[in-house]
Design a binder for this molecule. Structure first.
Ligand code: F6R
Length: 609
């Protein structure tokens, strides 16, 4: 997730406005910043790594000349957060400049093709193929306009993009296009604006034109023309008046970041499916060779590791130890060796306990692998190989999209390792890969059809003083995560256990009306789980279940239920099944008049041990 902004002004300089607007997009990424303007047939460009204010102090982003420009604030995915990888990126001759938010999946193939045709690349980014591809298209078709060349070039891009292009070849235009990454236009009497998000231009204008996926836009000082990429049809669209306050706008109109981040999971999950094969291969090779594998993390990331231990075991027959990072040194420090591999999982890549486990393992010469959301974080620097979860900045203190993104990456790793080891049949592998591709749509469907139901459940049980979350097998990880969310956001003490374990003690807490939430995918433990539900029911518990659609056996014995589409393989079930639990915590917090974005005593990134 990066932020892009551009403008064509009638009066005034573009660069101070772009600078100011990029600051409003900094929540989308803050690894580097860059601006390029057009003035007297020349491109003027400044960019560097670091936060916008820091870069501005060094290079003054406001003194670029010209009324046309584009800018970018970066969340690194391909290539470290360095100046060389900062946007805007240029073609060989420095005539075409591009900013881009998204991931170009086929960039390696395109890069090889372009290099074979004499193009020289300076960065490690996927984006840099775009200006070169436009340059190459113009070289082969000298009769083309800039817009024709961009139009032709983007047809070759696979993946997601919101991009903006300016060039000295036609210095009165900005060309943009969108596929799966957000892009909106703003308009007022002084010009046209493009941005990743409405807040970027809201102080300048409240008239917005939404650009849809698969659309292409030519902006000039006279107006903007929108075309559908598939058939070149002209799309007529009038500006809409946006009546959000700036604060609402940053949250895209949602009242809280937490709900915004829950709702954006389908798109963040789609992003996780774009991870380069190369990284999955490398990490699974290290896992394959290790004598013992420790999955080390804290909080939500630990729950993802716990679920992953079932994935690695069931798909790749690889035993792993999921360990709380704060316990790692005490529990395993002495047994770690040169033959051990530590897969450290941390959204922030800066959690002190996780990093101190890594240090302990490094001292014993173990191999360190990392999974994180923040490329450039300490974890990426200390890992032999790391992989990015690619879910963009998470602002709500409670981790939501982090859990599902990490799980999606870990599932891909388990599948890759399984393939390497030849542990499951090709049919099973194909089926799991297909289902993983469907998960973003399934999560979208759950949010669309079940959120209201969860809201009603939250209302009904808002009296509860305590909650149980129970599941068997991989669903016990989902239960732990649901319980953590409810505790941290709604301050409701809640206890999670593997369902089978509940009768070894916790069941003594049950009295009439005590809410017990069961996670019930239709897997091998379904029958036993029904017995666990009956044990609770017999003691007067109120049963809330997260079930597969048409699971009548559990519906009949539940007081309330939430339905998940059928046919999700057990191993992938935590991804969709956790979504109602995130929503439950959110609505419970609202019921109790709490702000879910700022739970007391917690910090987004815990940098103390
Ligand atoms: C829970 C939560 C925390 C984090 C934990 C680890 O909602 O946000 O439990 O999951 O502090 O953080 P990272 O993944 O950044 O290491």
């Amino acid at each position: 997730m990066c932020g892009i902004f551009g403008c064509i002004l009638k009066e005034g300089a573009a660069s101070p406005l772009i600078h100011e607007s990029l600051k409003k997009l900094e929540y989308r990424g803050y690894d580097s910043v860059g601006i390029v303007t057009l003035n007297n047939g020349e491109l003027q460009l400044k960019k560097d790594q670091g936060k916008i204010d820091d870069v501005h102090r060094l290079v003054n982003l406001d003194d670029l000349e010209g009324k046309i420009g584009i800018g970018h604030t970066r969340w690194a995915t391909h290539g470290a957060p360095l100046k060389i990888n900062s946007h805007p990126h240029l073609d060989c001759e420095g005539k075409i400049a591009v900013v881009h938010n998204g991931i170009i999946e086929n960039y390696s193939e395109l890069k090889i093709e372009l290099e074979n045709n004499g193009h020289t690349f300076v960065s490690k980014t996927d984006t840099e193929v775009i200006p070169h591809l436009i340059e190459y298209t113009l070289f082969k078709n000298p009769q083309y306009s800039l817009a024709d060349a961009v139009f032709e070039a983007i047809k070759r891009l696979e993946g997601s993009y919101a991009l903006a292009v300016i060039s000295i070849l036609e210095p009165d235009k900005i060309i943009c296009a969108r596929n799966e990454s957000p892009l909106v236009l703003g308009v007022n009497e002084n010009g046209y604006y493009l941005a990743s998000d409405i807040p970027a231009f809201l102080p300048i204008t409240n008239q917005a034109i939404i650009v849809n996926d698969g659309e292409f836009v030519i902006i000039s000082s006279k107006g903007c023309e929108i075309k559908r990429i598939s058939d070149s049809a002209i799309m007529k669209r009038t500006p809409k008046i946006i009546d959000w306050t700036p604060e609402m706008a940053v949250k895209k109109g949602y009242p809280h970041f937490m709900i915004k981040e829950i709702i954006e999971q389908p798109s963040t999950l789609r992003n996780t499916l774009r991870i380069q094969d190369h990284y999955l291969d490398l990490i699974s090779t290290f896992l394959d060779r290790a004598k013992d594998v420790f999955l080390v993390a804290c909080g939500t990331s630990y729950h993802a590791c716990l679920a992953a231990s079932y994935m690695f075991s069931k798909l790749a027959f690889l035993p792993t130890y999921p360990v709380y990072a704060s316990e790692f040194t005490e529990q395993h420090g002495k047994s770690v060796s040169i033959d051990s591999t530590i897969l450290a999982v941390s959204q922030s890549g800066e959690t002190a306990d996780t990093l101190s486990s890594v240090t302990c393992a490094q001292q014993r010469a173990a191999t360190i692998l990392g999974l994180t959301n923040v490329i450039g974080s300490t974890l990426t620097r200390v890992s032999r190989v790391y992989i990015g979860q690619q879910s963009g900045p998470e602002i709500g203190v409670a981790a939501t999209k982090t859990f599902t993104s990490e799980l999606s990456v870990l599932a891909q790793l388990a599948l890759r390792l399984s393939k390497k080891r030849g542990k499951i049949s090709q049919d099973e592998m194909d089926n799991l890969s297909e289902k993983l591709e469907e998960i973003p749509n399934i999560v979208e469907q759950i949010i669309r059809t079940q959120a209201e139901k969860v809201k009603q459940i939250a209302k009904k049980y808002s009296y509860a003083k305590t909650f149980f979350f129970l599941g068997r097998g991989i669903s016990s990880a989902t239960a732990y995560e649901g319980s953590l969310k409810l505790m941290e956001i709604a301050y409701i003490p809640s206890i999670a256990f593997p369902a089978g374990e509940s009768k070894h003690g916790p069941i003594s807490l049950i009295e009439p009306g005590f809410p017990v939430l069961f996670i019930c995918p239709k897997d091998g433990s379904h029958k036993t789980l029904i017995s666990n539900i009956m044990e609770m029911k017999a003691r007067g518990a109120s049963i809330i279940s997260i079930i597969e659609e048409e699971d009548d056996a559990i519906k009949k014995i539940s007081d309330d239920y939430v339905e998940i589409p059928k046919g999700i393989p057990e191993i992938l079930s935590p991804i969709p099944f956790v979504v109602p639990l995130q929503l439950l915590a959110y609505y419970m917090a609202l019921e109790k008049g709490l702000n879910p974005d700022t739970p007391r005593n917690l910090a987004k990134c815990v940098t103390v041990k």
